[in-house]
Write a protein that binds this ligand. Sequence first.
Ligand code: SF4
Length: 424
Amino acid sequence: MNAVIDIRPAPGCNDAPVLRERGQREVFCGLTGIIWLHRKIQDAFFLVVGSRTCAHLLQSAAGVMIFAEPRFATAIIDDRDLAGLADANAELDRVVTRLLERRPDIKLLFLVGSCPSEVIKLDLSRAAQRLSRDFSPKVRILNYSGSGIETTFTQGEDACLAAMVPDLPATQERSLMIVGTLADVVEDQFRRLFDELGIGPVHFFPPRRSDELPAVGPNTCFLLAQPFLADTSRALEERGARRLSAPFPLGAEGTTEWLRVAASEWQVNPTRFANAVGPRRERAGRALANHRLQLAGRKVFFFPDSQLEVPLARFLSRELGMTLTEVGSPYLHRAHLAPELALLPAGTRLSEGQDVERQLDRCRQDRPDIVVCGLGLANPLEAEGMTTKWSIELVFTPIQGFEQAADLAELFTRPLTRRLKLVA
Ligand code: SF4
């Protein structure tokens, strides 16, 4: 296994120059995170305090008609509120009271701020404190902002998890926390692997139920499962936890190295590590081989959108042989991405932030085989004859871990094959 992995500080792209873009942006707002967060925390409810636009965004991002009792909704701020004619706080209290009376299954309620609630300066943190006094201990009420001003869509999860950190119980116990929403199936696979490696206790954050909040303290180590959790990471560090620096668990290599960092912290015997990880890694490698045949040598261009761009680029270049034309990311968190940047081919064009017209010009010039971008850019680029992959799909789909490595590759082979068939 060691023969094919080299994560020593390589020239890579750690010191590479970065194009910093500060122009027009084409991104979704943090409300989008509610779609995967409400599936994960099964007794939570997300009440967006926003406009009809926010409600439409949520419905279209959810992409489904909801027949069961929904676990997110929008309390619409109307013209009277915007004009300051109504007491928005009293109205919000009424809405929350009605909701919690009708839905005793809700144990954790998030008041989610939006552009309109920020425009009228509705103080949701005070509202959450006020309502908590009325409804605790039956219901815990927290708040965070999903507003679209200067954010990207994955920051909603970061804001949500950071809001939960002060509520985590304190502990002195030595433990590992996996931070970032993972599909339940992926979480179960990782739990089995950590058990086999003898690493533990392991807690996942966010948990599946709000009464299973993991404890945190000076002997907690945490591994990020997602690269967009800067505020959550900082909040955990303020509670005494220590971040383990690792590549992200995308692809066979990323997953191996992510696990290796935890194994080294727990001083797992190398033979035990090889026995648990080796067969899974080999299986993942075999499943990737067919995708490599189709993707090797193809060019990929990343527009900045999800903050997953750097780990994805590393996976596509190192495990599937793709050529990186540009890797754009809304934010390049140098510290969190250091192990990833070290693995990118030297000379990769990196950009941070967005200036959509300039990036479109570079993309057209590069003529990539596939473009990873937000929904707003995908249609126009397809109309120009380019093949696109929606970055949001990469957040909604389980892509982490060995068993999902080929599924992740398939998200790139499928649109290319479809385009080839259309052309043929
Ligand atoms: S929070 Fe702002 S950007 Fe997001 S849907 Fe509502 S109005 Fe639009």
